[in-house]
Design a protein around this ligand. Sequence first.
Ligand SMILES: [Zn+2]
Length: 99
Amino acid sequence: MGWINNGGGFSVRQASEDIEACILPVSSSEFQESKWVPSKVNGFAWRALIDRIPCKTVLLNRGIVNDARCPRCMATEESLTHLLVKCDVKTKVWDGICS
Ligand SMILES: [Zn+2]
């Protein structure tokens, strides 16, 4: 995976695309915990893999909220993919952290 762009900086967009293309399609039976991250991160990754993150679309379907729009960008519904990969606000935050 090439997450370093031509200028030598970290590419959030490339990392997001690689995560979307490579990690998310892994079946839940293939999930392996990483020993390099805290157990909470492994737990979150597992819950994301089996689609058990309570994003706004899930909460809307359960009748817990009335609005499924992403509270950060307000541009679209907050699905798991939007929350982890596609939200522009999330990308700007990571760009700021990594620059
Ligand atoms: Zn968003």
